[in-house]
Design a protein around this ligand. Structure first.
Ligand code: NAG
Ligand code: NAG
Ligand code: NAG
Length: 214
């Protein structure tokens, strides 16, 4: 009996050790406040929608497997939802941020808390408003999920020694996402209305932004 128990314990221990190296998932909490403001990202002033007073919003980082809890306060005059582009939301489809499909839109003055795990997904993502075309008004931001240390990197074989590999891993961790975006000088609702009247989407944008600069 005792030896069976020991064996079971040993098996459990071996199984634990065989698991891919996994650090404990952390809970990362964020507060996003959406409101309207005036900015001139390419030199031309226009009304923009801001996330925590910025456009695009600040970089959000997490480690693979982390849980995210994001409180969104919508102080815009229009309805909103936030979509975590590319994340599969396995087990949490109601956190996908698609209005009319997975949730009611967040009304002006309302709030919503998104709770989900990054699961086994990692890499460079972005999050954006999923209501009408409001992400064109700058309701978007970069989301970087760092891969678990146990994952093999494609650049590993290029390193001559462990010191070089450490440097590469440090550089990977310090990467700065570059968000490129089409930019119009009018609010997306104005363009949206034109689109519904004419059936043609205006293909000529006024400028291009890189991390919010024209
Ligand atoms: C988010 O806002 C709530 C309510 O204002 C506050 O209690 C909480 O500490 C904030 N969380 C973060 C991560 O800033
Ligand atoms: C979020 O909205 C609910 C429902 O209107 C409200 O009861 C709650 O106080 C709001 N939470 C915060 C932190 O503003
Ligand atoms: C959790 C998360 O990714 N939050 C980011 C979503 O995008 C806004 C900008 O639109 C950032 O401010 C958030 O940090």
């Amino acid at each position: 009996m005792v030896s069976q128990c020991m064996q079971v314990l040993q098996c459990a221990l071996v199984l634990l050790l065989l698991q891919p190296q996994k650090t404990l998932a952390a809970l990362r909490s964020y507060n996003l406040t959406l409101n309207a403001g005036t900015r001139a990202p390419d030199g031309v002033k226009r009304e923009v929608y801001l996330v925590n007073g910025q456009q695009p919003g600040p970089l959000t980082e997490a480690d693979e497997g982390d849980d995210l809890e994001i409180f969104v306060q919508n102080d815009l005059p229009v309805e909103q939802t936030i979509h975590w582009h590319g994340l599969l939301q396995r087990g949490t489809p109601d956190m996908d941020g698609v209005p009319g499909i997975t949730q009611f839109p967040i009304p002006p003055g309302g709030n919503f808390t998104y709770r989900f795990s990054t699961g086994t997904e990692y890499g460079a993502y972005w999050n954006h408003s999923h209501f009408r075309a409001y992400y064109d008004d700058a309701v978007r931001g970069p989301l970087l999920i760092h891969p678990s240390p146990s994952r093999r990197r494609p650049f590993e074989s290029l390193a001559q020694d462990s010191k070089e590999l450490d440097t590469m891993l440090r550089v990977e961790r310090a990467a700065t996402p570059l968000l490129l975006a089409d930019w119009y000088h009018r609010l997306s609702d104005v363009i949206y209305d034109e689109y519904f009247k004419t059936g043609a989407f205006p293909q000529c944008v006024d400028s291009l932004l890189a991390n919010g600069y024209g």
